[in-house]
Design a protein around this ligand. Structure first.
Ligand code: NAD
Length: 435
């Protein structure tokens, strides 16, 4: 396998970052600058001072997102700090632009306390059309997301939560179709309940899954959650997401660890600790026929797909591009934000997330589901475009769009904006500007 880390380090030194800001208006002479800057620019400023929402029509705000991270849980590297998080956030900005035509600004911050992060994001709201929270550790990420979603008038999204859950749900819908079982009444095990799986639980509930049949199994020492777990009262303050899950899952009050949890399960979604060996083959053997195994830890899944298959799993998904069925957030956030920004949405509602998941699932279904194809691949740009269109339409339907446009206008804008960065890159490449 290629040494990606070494190659990437060398190329980051060479290019000194991966994104830059370039003008998008004609500048033919100094007079043009009197339009784009003083004295002319006083005109749009006055117009916006009379109607703040005009900032979405007369500045880049409508298409610009902040990627906010305190660097407290970066990839699988832990709390490496904001500066070290910057290459990751720049990479995210690159994906936003390349796949969604969205301008995204990395904003790594020296703030760890949830209240500080909330205050900072609220302060920068006027600059942006949306906020993407990234790589902020759990459990503080839950409060931050919930508060900002309520208190801001622009979409707020935590990709490690909603982004992951959206793709997991889309893939799960199709996996269940393929094995001919009913997702809503299935026995599903969530292996690890951090940022990713807490959001998965919420999305499953929104989709109509009977959460009483969902079993959450946490790390050794905690085990299976249920409403009379010996440490329940302690979780109330220290791990409120575990507390909440304990109350709504596992109505049979199964106790124990992974073996007890996985016995007879139709699906397991693991987002816990890198493997191999975090999930044992013997545990997968305990699952029901045609078992579905999503093993999402990065960089190494909790159980390797070949081992899961040997143990009897029918459908396996991971976060990796070198295996089939990649559960990859890049299929989610560019499309969701493209759709939300296109209609100037005030929020990304749960309904918009559901619309996105269903659009991705339908796209793959129309192409033809197989054990190794339950979710579109990253390069299937039509899937992302369809997702964006579904999100935009849902925002209009729910009355949270500032701009009401018809289906064909949504489609045109989405497709044009998604193609634009590829065209620009082509031009730069041909002009020798990408050494
Ligand atoms: P997190 O730290 O918020 O949560 C992890 C949870 O797993 C914690 O609650 C922890 O106690 C639990 N855990 C640890 N060891 C365990 C064990 N042996 N058994 C059961 N539970 C255990 O992290 P997160 O953001 O939820 O991410 C979890 C993993 O999933 C990471 O490896 C991350 O890279 C990966 N992930 C992958 C994708 C993807 O698209 N493939 C998306 C999000 C997260």
């Amino acid at each position: 396998m290629r040494d990606w880390e070494r190659i990437s380090t060398e190329l980051h030194r060479r290019y000194k970052g991966k994104i830059e800001i370039i003008p998008k208006v004609p500048i033919r002479d100094l007079q043009d600058l009197s339009i784009w800057y003083t004295p002319g620019v006083a005109g749009p400023s006055k117009a916006i001072s009379e109607d703040r929402d005009a900032s979405f029509d007369m500045s880049w705000r409508w298409n610009t997102v902040a990627i906010v991270s305190d660097g407290s849980r970066v990839l699988g590297l832990g709390n490496i700090g904001p500066e070290a998080a910057l290459p990751v956030m720049e990479g995210k900005a690159l994906l936003f632009k390349y796949f969604g035509g969205v301008d995204a600004i990395p904003l790594v911050i020296n703030a760890g306390d949830p209240e500080e992060i909330i205050a900072l994001v609220k302060a920068v709201e006027p600059s942006f059309g949306g906020i993407n929270l990234e790589d902020i550790s759990s459990p503080k990420c839950f409060t931050i997301l919930e508060r900002l979603r309520k208190e801001l008038e622009i979409p707020v999204w935590h990709d490690d939560q909603q982004g992951t859950a959206l793709i997991v749900l889309a893939a799960l819908i199709n996996a269940f179709k393929l094995v001919g079982k009913d997702l809503r009444s299935a026995k599903i095990v969530l292996f690890g309940l951090g940022a990713a799986n807490y959001a998965v639980l919420k999305f499953l509930k929104m989709y109509g899954v009977n959460t009483g049949k969902v079993i959450v199994v946490e790390r050794p020492g905690i085990g299976i959650l249920y409403d009379s777990h010996p440490r329940l009262e302690e979780f109330k303050d220290s791990m409120p997401h575990w507390y909440e899950a304990a109350l709504i899952t596992n109505s049979e009050k199964i106790t124990g660890g992974p073996e007890e949890a996985l016995k007879g399960a139709d699906a397991v979604i693991a987002a816990s600790k890198p493997g191999p060996g975090t999930i044992k083959k013997e545990w997968i053997k305990l699952m029901s026929d045609n078992a579905i195994v999503f093993s999402l830890a990065n960089p190494t899944p909790e159980i390797l797909p070949e081992e899961a298959k040997e143990a009897g799993a029918k459908i396996v998904a991971t976060g990796r591009s070198d295996y089939p069925n990649q559960v990859n957030n890049s299929l989610g956030f560019p499309g969701v934000f493209r759709g939300a920004l296109t209609v100037r949405a005030r929020k990304i509602s749960d309904g918009m997330c559901m619309a996105a998941a269903k659009a991705l699932a339908s796209y793959a279904e129309e192409k033809g589901l197989r054990e190794d194809y339950i979710i579109p691949r990253m390069y299937e740009v039509d899937a992302v475009a369809m997702e964006a269109e579904a999100v935009a339409e849902e925002a209009i339907r729910e009355g949270i769009a500032r701009k009401i446009i018809g289906r064909s206008d949504i489609r045109n804008e989405v497709r044009t904006l998604m193609e634009r960065p590829k065209r620009i890159l082509n031009v730069l490449q041909k002009a020798g500007q990408l050494p």
